[in-house]
Ligand binder design. Structure first.
Ligand SMILES: Nc1ncnc2c1ncn2[C@@H]1O[C@H](COP(=O)(O)OP(=O)(O)O)[C@@H](O)[C@H]1O
Ligand SMILES: [Mg+2]
Length: 399
């Protein structure tokens, strides 16, 4: 752990506070910036030293501590909040999440859970400061459906995995359609629905539902029934994505087709946002609207964070690539050929293009896009694929 993590500890009980302190001090890279038994004094100390982690005990009903935590986070949005409670029930967890807690720790102290929680923070901090391998969250997005977002996300994940050998996760956050599993021929027994209904969202509950595709990509699927993710909230999706980003070298996201709080949580955590458009007027108009919003949200200030990908590109379309670039005031980062036969066969068979028809025009373009995004230094071309199955048509992903 190279990044130093400072902690302010606020806990009324002297014995427990001492236990927490010694558990934290035994972790590499952690230093205690101060501890207090009183909430008010603890918050004053936190304002003064601005720790990386603020650990608060939820005393009594926890209202006071939660309110103090929410207020503190408004002024110090980068702080990581740990809450410790003996009321380890769904209601407390939801309230803790609303206050912006990253971890809720059980009382009495579970040293292993604490150490795992600190490790997650350290991994995230190292990533933020450019340490370790460069990690990326690549979000594929269009505010208009049917332009190929799921096709691109799915194939991109598999292609990056095959060409670079990196640890890749593919997260289906398009809760309306949930096409990823089917496009990969997976029948998911466990899905993001299970993470959201688990007692807490942590790396164990997320790992529990990841499915391994034959390519080696770990897949987070949507459930078959939309009711299972009804009422899902932005910050929950944010927590899941945060965990994926800290766990995998590359995360590819199939994003929902609208800009709501869920999408904003996703964008906030994305190193690259690929805006997908087709060479059609409605699609260009839709792309223009998203780019306007990205401008307003200041996403365009970071160079190359938002990139334009043209799907179903063809020389025969009424609008040219140059026209689209002029209209959107943005260069096309990459284009994927219009290749209906290969793409629709891949979708219907539930097998990614770069597995089944890597030489197809779209397959080649998608491999090229993957290389542009994740430069392959030493391509390992991992072959985790089982002996090729005879492709057969399936309905509804039960292949
Ligand atoms: N490069 C392509 N060439 C031809 N057809 C494509 C291409 N990409 C996607 N499609 C078609 O477009 C349709 C929508 O794709 P999909 O990935 O489900 O879009 P979205 O996720 O944006 O709704 C699919 O039926 C697919 O066959
Ligand atoms: Mg889709």
């Amino acid at each position: 752990m190279s990044t130093e993590l400072s902690v302010v500890l606020v806990h009324r009980n002297d014995i427990e506070r001492t236990q927490l302190r010694s558990a934290l001090e035994s972790l590499p890279g952690v230093q205690i910036a101060g501890e207090r038994s009183d909430l008010r004094a603890g918050m004053a100390l936190a304002h003064q030293v601005e720790p990386s982690i603020l650990l608060l005990e939820l005393a009594g009903g926890g209202d006071e501590a939660l309110q103090a935590a929410s207020q503190y986070r408004l002024q110090h949005p980068d702080v990581v909040l740990f809450l410790s409670t003996d009321q380890f029930n769904p209601e407390t967890l939801v309230r803790a999440m609303h206050a912006g807690a990253q971890e809720v720790l059980r009382r009495p102290l579970d040293r292993e859970a604490l150490s795992a929680a600190v490790e997650r923070v350290a991994a995230f901090a190292a990533r933020k400061h450019g340490g370790g391998t460069s990690r990326s969250v690549i979000t594929v997005f269009s505010n208009k459906g049917g332009v190929g977002v799921s096709t691109l996300a799915t194939n991109l994940a598999v292609s990056i995995r095959r060409q670079s050998g990196r640890e890749v996760a593919l997260a289906d956050f398009d809760y309306q359609s949930g096409d990823v599993a089917s496009m990969l021929g997976l029948a998911p027994a466990r899905t993001i629905g299970d993470v959201l209904s688990a007692a807490r969202i942590d790396s164990a509950s997320v790992q529990d539902v990841m499915l391994k595709h034959a390519s080696g990509v770990s897949v987070l699927s949507q459930p078959e029934q939309i009711e299972r993710v009804d009422g899902v909230m932005g910050h929950q999706v944010g927590s899941v994505l945060e965990i994926l980003g800290a766990t995998y070298e590359v995360v590819v996201v199939d994003a929902p087709h609208l800009i709501n709080d869920i999408a904003l949580e996703i964008f906030d955590r994305s190193s690259i946002i690929l805006v997908v458009a087709e060479l059609s007027l409605p699609s260009v108009r839709a792309a223009r609207r998203s780019l306007d919003i990205f401008h307003k949200l200041n996403f365009m200030t970071m160079q190359d964070r938002v990139r334009l990908v043209l799907n179903r590109a063809s020389e025969h379309s009424a609008i040219s690539r140059a026209q689209i670039e002029e209209t959107l005031g943005m260069r096309v980062f990459c284009s994927i050929a219009n290749d209906y036969a290969a793409v629709s066969q891949a979708i219907n068979l539930g097998r990614p293009l770069c597995v089944d028809s890597p030489k197809s025009r779209a397959g080649r373009d998608l491999d090229g896009l993957a290389r542009e995004l994740i430069p392959v230094e030493n391509a390992t071309w991992q072959e985790e694929e089982a002996a090729p199955r005879r492709p057969r048509l399936r309905l509804f992903g039960k292949g």
